[in-house]
Design a protein around this ligand. Structure first.
Ligand code: HAM
Length: 438
């Protein structure tokens, strides 16, 4: 009896070969954009010691409390699949003493993340983030630059209608007064709050502002706002940031309800939100975490960053009909007829690949007609048919699939023949587009 075919774990997605060009294009544009701001890629492990996330993301957050993929490894260590990229990047920054380098240290990444959330459109258990972390930059100029990265990336990807929401949640000093005010406010409504929010009231009342329960979020609407509690320094930082965003013509709205679901933030917090993809519309979120590096045992290093969800980003692009740069088409398909031709085709393909041309030949045993159909399907630019006759003469006919033109192909000098045809066609295409004014 045939056994059941395996299925993917709930909340995970495959990217199939026919769609991967979209991901490659998006990741390329994002990383290129980050490099325009002086960021270089960092790669950190997919799993870390559990306490790293407890200490940084914070043990009053949903991410740490409810959503982590935590397991004991065979050595009895508690290990967690990263729910986000900041903690691992901070750990790496500390472990490699990067604070001794010229600051700011600017790292960017594309990585997979794992959160045990209830899956729905735009919310997965394995998802992917592009993000940046900038270490050692206290000036609001850094905030204005970090926010400009997603803004510019969206522009370069052709995304429209994405709103930047901005807030400041102050520093530990001014926030202490705010937390007191929040505690006082929510205490009078204790009986209406959900059970978790009652715990939050004791541990971290700011988390109540994030509660998804409709009752709690309704109550939270009238809660005191952090912006009214900012100390002079935090206020000045926020005001300067606003003027620096204005200077770059980056529009934003102040949204005092943005508090972010992770514990490490100080001062600036922001989100880019789209209304085109349903309830999971936050495509990008980030902010400052001035105290995190020192809290993790390093020197005081004011830092900031953001991350955007790639699945959500691609959903927005698809819903807005944005274009994704396609893969380079296959250069040549070589269709052999017979055993000897098959060997020659294989060798020709290898020679061409050594020169950097993509070349495909038959690996299925198809007849000529079926091979031509296949060559068409994979979008080969040129097709070369090889039979005994061609092998004997040492000459074959190379067909340009776009315009049907045939040129002579010297089998004993295959790479040069192909190069000539390829360049001639590229030149003709260029002339054509110049004529059309493209
Ligand atoms: P976050 O807001 O938790 O922040 O996640 C950033 C982005 O990841 C979200 O805006 C969303 O697009 C995407 N995302 C989060 N959870 C899911 C999910 N379950 N399924 C699909 N996409 C998801 C952070 O992770 C911070 N580390 C950002 C940061 C970096 N702050 C400073 N530096």
């Amino acid at each position: 009896m045939a056994s059941k075919t395996p299925s993917a774990v709930r909340g995970t997605l495959d990217v199939l070969p026919k769609d991967s060009y979209k991901w490659q294009y998006v990741e390329r544009v994002l990383m290129e954009t980050a490099s325009l701001f002086g960021f270089s890629e960092i790669r950190v492990p997919v799993f870390e010691n559990t306490d790293l996330f407890q200490r940084s993301v914070g043990d009053t957050t949903d991410v740490v409390n409810k959503e982590m993929y935590t397991f004991e490894d065979k050595g009895g260590r508690s290990i967690t699949l990263r729910p986000e990229g900041t903690a691992g990047t901070v750990r790496s920054f500390l472990e490699h003493g990067l604070y001794n380098e010229a600051l700011p240290v600017k790292a960017c990444y594309v990585l997979s993340c794992y959160r045990y959330e209830k899956p729905q459109a735009g919310r997965l258990r394995e998802f992917h983030q592009f993000g940046v972390e900038c270490f050692g930059a206290p000036s609001p100029v850094a905030d204005a630059e970090v926010i400009a990265i997603p803004y510019l990336a969206f522009e370069r990807l052709g995304i429209k209608n994405i709103q930047l929401k901005l807030n400041s949640i102050g520093c530990p000093e001014c926030r202490a007064k705010y937390l007191e005010a929040l505690r006082e406010f929510f205490s009078s409504k204790k009986d209406e709050l959900c059970e978790t929010c009652n715990e939050r009231l004791i541990k971290n009342p700011m988390r109540i502002l994030d509660c998804k329960s409709p009752v709690c979020s309704k109550i939270a609407e009238d809660a005191p706002k952090m912006l009214d509690f900012l100390c002079d320094d935090c206020k000045e930082h926020f005001e300067t940031l606003k003027s620096l965003l204005d200077a770059q013509n980056i529009p934003y709205v102040i949204d005092p309800t943005i508090v972010r679901g992770l514990d490490y933030y100080t001062r600036t917090v922001f989100e880019f939100v789209s209304t085109d993809i349903g309830s999971q519309g936050t495509v990008c979120g980030g902010g400052r975490y001035d105290g995190l590096v020192s809290q993790m045992g390093g020197p005081y290093t004011p830092s900031l960053g953001f991350a955007m969800g790639l699945e959500r980003l691609i959903m927005v692009m698809e819903s807005q009909g944005c274009e994704f740069e396609p893969d380079e088409p296959i250069g040549i398909y070589i269709a052999p007829m017979g055993q000897a031709a098959s060997v020659k085709a294989l060798k020709l393909c290898f020679d061409l690949r050594q020169e950097g041309f993509s070349a495909i030949t038959d690996t299925v045993g198809r007849g000529l007609k079926a091979q031509m159909k296949y060559a068409d399907k994979i979008g080969a630019k040129f097709v070369l048919v090889l039979g005994d006759d061609e092998l004997e003469k040492g000459v074959a006919s190379l067909k340009n699939m776009k315009n049907g033109e045939q040129t002579e192909f010297d089998l004993n000098n295959g790479v040069q023949s192909f190069y000539d045809a390829f360049m001639a066609s590229a030149y003709a295409e260029m002339e054509n587009s110049v004529e059309k004014g493209i």
